[in-house]
Design a protein around this ligand. Structure first.
Ligand SMILES: [Zn+2]
Ligand SMILES: [Zn+2]
Length: 273
């Protein structure tokens, strides 16, 4: 647990913020680093998984992704420290006793956060793609045309602030326990690393299945990085489907790059661009 009693002095508050930065940054380095080593260095999954785009990322792109992601981690840490300080000294924002809303809500609050976050993300993402705004903020994230796991947090500082805007909103609309928030944030980072993996791991046919109508895939977000005009959602395929912003060939391209559902099934013809 974080020593929150340190919040009583400005130096102590800075130490708490630094500790949170270390947690957020090391979680990022561990998740993205593991995915990078397995898929791009070791390359063992290449026996079964296919790279979604033929292009491989340039070293300068990877360096930029890591630098921007660590800056984002620092911004996130400062905001989390601010929320914890406000919760402790000004007005309660979180609840700290699981029994207050019960265990069922504790676990349900995590998918509830995902639904709220998915809606927030879809609409701020579309806003950031407005031609007048795009070059100033979101272009940093799209510098990764062939995304890698390191791009998970590769945002302009203003985008990092906007992305994190979901947490104060969620704290107003949902009762949240700090541990549930931590589990949600860890899941969200894992999903971001997977979405920028550059490899598809869901089985062929998934995008056309009942589950695939609701859940996004690495190919879904990879197409967003490649074309920019489609696939704005994060976890769920809900908003893209009802707003008509799914890439028109999403399911087709997915089947071209996805691993066969059965081991030993023939690989599809290479139809990548
Ligand atoms: Zn992305
Ligand atoms: Zn975008």
């Amino acid at each position: 647990m974080l020593p929150l009693e340190w919040f009583s002095s400005p130096t102590g508050a800075m130490a708490v913020a630094a500790a949170i930065f270390l947690i957020v940054a090391s979680r990022y380095l561990l998740m993205a680093g593991t995915a990078w080593v397995v898929c791009y260095v070791w390359q063992r999954p290449l026996r079964r998984l296919r790279k979604i785009q033929k292009r491989w990322p340039a070293p300068a792109q990877v360096r930029s992704e890591i630098a921007h992601s660590l800056t984002t981690s620092a911004i996130f840490a400062a905001i989390i420290a601010g929320i914890l300080w406000f919760d402790r000294h000004v007005h309660p924002l979180l609840y700290h006793d699981v029994a207050r809303y019960g265990r069922a809500w504790f676990w349900l609050s995590i998918p509830a956060m995902m639904v709220v976050h998915d809606t927030w993300f879809y609409w701020i993402h579309r806003l950031m793609h407005h031609p007048r705004l795009f070059p100033y903020v979101h272009a940093v994230h799209h510098a990764s045309r062939t995304p890698t796991p390191w791009a998970a947090f590769s945002f302009h500082p203003l985008e990092a602030l906007l992305e994190f805007g979901i947490v104060p909103i969620a704290l107003v609309v949902l009762p949240l326990h700090p541990t549930a928030l931590l589990l949600f944030a860890t899941w969200s980072m894992l999903w971001n690393v997977a979405g920028h993996l550059g490899f598809e791991f869901f089985p062929r046919g998934f995008a056309r299945s009942a589950a695939g109508r609701w859940l996004n895939t690495p190919t879904h977000h990879d197409l967003h990085h490649r074309y920019g005009r489609y696939n704005f959602s994060l976890y769920f395929n809900f908003w893209d489907r009802i707003m008509g912003t799914n890439h028109p060939r999403y399911a087709e391209i997915f089947d071209e790059v996805a691993p066969p559902a059965r081991k030993g099934a023939p690989a599809p013809e290479d139809a990548q661009q």
